[in-house]
Write a protein that binds this ligand. Structure first.
Ligand code: C2E
Ligand code: CA
Ligand code: CA
Ligand code: CA
Length: 248
């Protein structure tokens, strides 16, 4: 896809290290700018693209461009190793040679594989279990990080997910909003964090919207946070500005 003519755009949502409050990196979120209808949410078009091989082309475009973008930010800020997380569909993951393609993209850019996290949802991870485990093993062998996305929305058990060798788990926004604005109903989140940590996985809380939720998640030792409380997803030009202003 030609960068200038594509109707797609990538936005970047900051991911914050809970302990320090510092920027750890970004999640790349694709947007479709339709000539008549304006901005169309990925929740509307990704499932359609996933029904066809279109998702392969779109997914590769997002991966390449998000990696290129973060590498540029890293070069402008050599003292800060910004990371990038990219969403991957099942069809992409199970494409033969996917792991090689990812490594090639990273090599061409000179981006360290450990800076890239691929986010996969628990549902795709369970569709073709053996193939998925194989593909994830290859990616991990090449140094790439794996995150289980939208954790808690499927019906998978943690021990099965553990065989994916993911380094982190993202707690779905639904559980964070369930905590309430002050974070008072946090039992489920607390349990997820405890089990994840006991399996040596780190935890990202998505959809943090209030300081009460943030404080509670900090107290529960959640590793990273993401949500409107910190920032919505931003076009790359807005991230440029943000990085210029940030002291480090
Ligand atoms: P996701 O991976 O769970 O991404 C998080 C979604 O939550 C994003 O929606 C983000 O904008 C939204 N969000 C983040 N913080 C908050 C918050 O504090 N409050 C609320 N209410 N929402 C928040 P978005 O950008 O509409 O993306 C929807 C989904 O589309 C993503 O869910 C992901 O599954 C999928 N998606 C996005 N980009 C890609 C892509 O490049 N490839 C694939 N395969 N899927 C993608
Ligand atoms: Ca995600
Ligand atoms: Ca998610
Ligand atoms: Ca979600």
């Amino acid at each position: 896809m030609n960068q200038d003519r594509t109707p797609f755009r990538i936005e970047y949502q900051p991911i914050i290290t809970m302990e320090t409050g510092q920027l750890d990196g970004f999640e790349a979120l694709v947007r479709w700018i339709h000539p008549e209808q304006g901005l169309i949410s990925p929740s509307e078009f990704i499932p359609l693209a996933e029904d066809t091989d279109l998702i392969l082309e779109l997914g590769e475009w997002v991966l390449k461009n998000a990696c290129r973008q973060v590498q540029q930010w890293r070069q402008n800020r050599p003292y800060q190793a910004l990371n990038i997380a990219v969403n991957i569909s099942g069809r992409q993951l199970l494409k033969p040679d996917f792991a090689c393609e990812v490594s090639e993209i990273l090599q061409d850019l000179g981006l360290n594989p450990s800076s890239l996290t691929l986010e996969i949802t628990e549902s795709i991870a369970l569709e073709s279990f053996q193939e998925t485990v194989g593909a994830l093993n290859q990616l991990r062998a090449n140094g790439i990080q794996i995150a289980i996305d939208d954790f808690g929305t499927g019906y998978s058990c943690l021990s099965r997910l553990h065989s994916f060798g993911a380094s982190s788990l993202k707690i779905d926004r639904a559980f964070i909003s369930q905590m309430g604005d002050t974070g008072e109903r946090s039992e489920i989140v607390e349990a997820i964090i405890a089990v994840a940590h006991s399996l040596k996985m780190r935890v990202v809380a998505e959809g943090i919207e209030t300081v009460g939720q943030l404080d509670r998640l900090r107290a529960l030792d959640c590793d990273w946070g993401q949500g409107y409380y910190f920032s919505r997803s931003l076009p790359s030009s807005a991230v440029d500005e943000l990085l210029k202003k940030a002291p480090n």
